[in-house]
Design a binder for this molecule. Structure first.
Ligand code: NDP
Length: 384
């Protein structure tokens, strides 16, 4: 049976992994819409290859390039933030949400309102608007499939089980490229070093988030919304081999873990085929070659981001959206050479300390909190 699919963020790392799986199962999927921000030529090539109905660039200034690259085809080309939401509203059976950052929030909400299946990689959307998004999922009868490898692992370990039976949910963290670095080394960590993740090949923003451990902080908040067992039952363990993608411990003492290669095609395939399974060409786990699996407590002294995220979750209200917005500003500033590696977490901390707006109660209010927090973080960066 053919199912229709829309991929938001088709030109990114998750987008490429998803399209690779579709390429191997071409007859199973009818591609409705593909989106990017400004990679117009790449997007056009993908839209032509997969016979998409619609291609959208989020940055309207890139629409002319997209139109030119699609001229002579029947694929409709659109641009701008509203067009991203229109692509997400086409009612595809499955929408893969793989835009990076809070920019993906409104399109995710548009997809949720269709009441179909959403494979959610865009963790920032859930961090910024967790309650509002989860309410909308329930109200519209949508199915949210966690695509982040840790949350997909937890989802698989839960397998329909009762949340009340859970003692602990343990998110595993690789620890990133700087796991063993001292304070002094971290202070002078370079962009190129931070962009070299030991296990995963990902987009730039999440790779920096992994190096600061903010990625695990964002995932902590993401897990809190997806699996509402309470903040005191969520914990983080550093597991440098990234073989166990997360674990669920039940009240009888059983711990279920999901293992797999460090290849996002595995959790994406689990979402695409859900509730069944599909073949992939992913390399099998070779445990004898891996040899040892090790585990450590996170060091929040050297990597304060997980603490900031946990405190933001406990504070609730606007705090997670402010944390996320400040982090997006800080990561972009680090990638631009404007701040040092350790200033990423301190800029997030200072933004959270300065002023917290009232708790947002709608999508529009979350977007306003996000915009205000970005402005504040930029000001704090400029006057540092
Ligand atoms: P990439 O940077 O590789 O790709 C991001 C995608 O989003 C691109 O298609 C990009 O388009 C598009 N995009 C960027 N900014 C905007 C914008 N303002 N408006 C519309 N589209 C935009 O990111 P990843 O694929 O690595 O990550 C995507 C999401 O998935 C993130 O939330 C990340 O945290 C999450 N995730 C990623 C994992 C991974 O392995 N990569 C693992 C788990 C979660 P363009 O090419 O034009 O810039």
């Amino acid at each position: 049976m053919t199912r229709s699919i829309t991929i938001l963020g088709a030109t990114g790392s998750i987008g490429a992994s998803t399209l690779d799986l579709i390429r191997q199962n071409r007859e199973a999927w009818d591609v409705k819409a593909l989106t990017a921000n400004c990679s117009a030529k790449e997007l056009a090539a993908l839209a032509i290859e997969f016979g998409a109905e619609m291609a959208v660039v989020g940055d309207a200034a890139c629409l002319a390039d997209l139109r030119e690259a699609l001229s002579g085809t029947s694929i409709s080309a659109e641009g701008g933030a509203q067009a991203l939401c229109e692509a997400a509203s086409l009612g595809a059976d499955m929408t893969v949400a793989a835009i990076v950052g809070c920019a993906g929030l409104a399109p995710v909400m548009a997809a949720v309102e269709q009441g179909k299946c959403i494979a959610l990689a865009n963790k920032e959307a859930l961090v910024s608007a967790g309650d509002i998004l989860m309410d909308a999922v329930a109200r519209h009868g949508a199915t949210l499939l966690p695509t982040d490898s840790e949350h997909n692992a937890i989802f698989q370990c839960l397998d329909g089980g009762e949340l009340a039976d859970i003692r602990w949910i343990t998110l595993t963290a690789s620890g990133g490229p700087f796991r063993e670095w001292s304070h002094e080394q971290l202070a002078s960590a370079k962009r190129e070093q931070a962009l070299k993740h030991p296990n995963w090949d990902m987009g730039a923003k999440i790779t920096i988030d992994s190096a600061t451990m903010m990625n695990k902080g964002l995932e902590f908040i993401e897990a809190w919304h997806l699996f509402p067992v309470g903040l005191d039952r969520l914990r983080i363990v550093v597991h440098p081999q990234s073989v166990i993608h997360s674990m669920v411990e039940y009240r009888d003492g059983s711990t279920l873990a999901q293992l797999g290669p460090s290849d996002m095609r595995v959790p994406i395939a689990s979402c695409l085929a859900w509730p069944g399974r599909m073949d992939t060409s992913c390399k099998a786990l070779d445990l004898p070659t891996i040899g040892q699996l090790t585990f450590f407590e996170p060091d929040e002294d050297r990597f304060p981001a997980t603490k900031l995220a946990r405190e933001a979750a406990h504070a609730g209200g606007a705090a997670p959206a402010v944390l996320n917005a400040a982090n997006e500003v800080a990561v972009a500033a680090f990638l631009d050479g404007q701040i040092t590696f350790t200033q990423i977490s301190s800029l997030v901390a200072r933004t959270l300390e300065t002023r917290l707006p009232p708790a947002p109660t709608s999508l529009a209010e979350v977007l306003a909190v996000d915009a205000e927090a970005r402005k504040l973080a930029e000001e704090l960066r400029e006057h540092a």
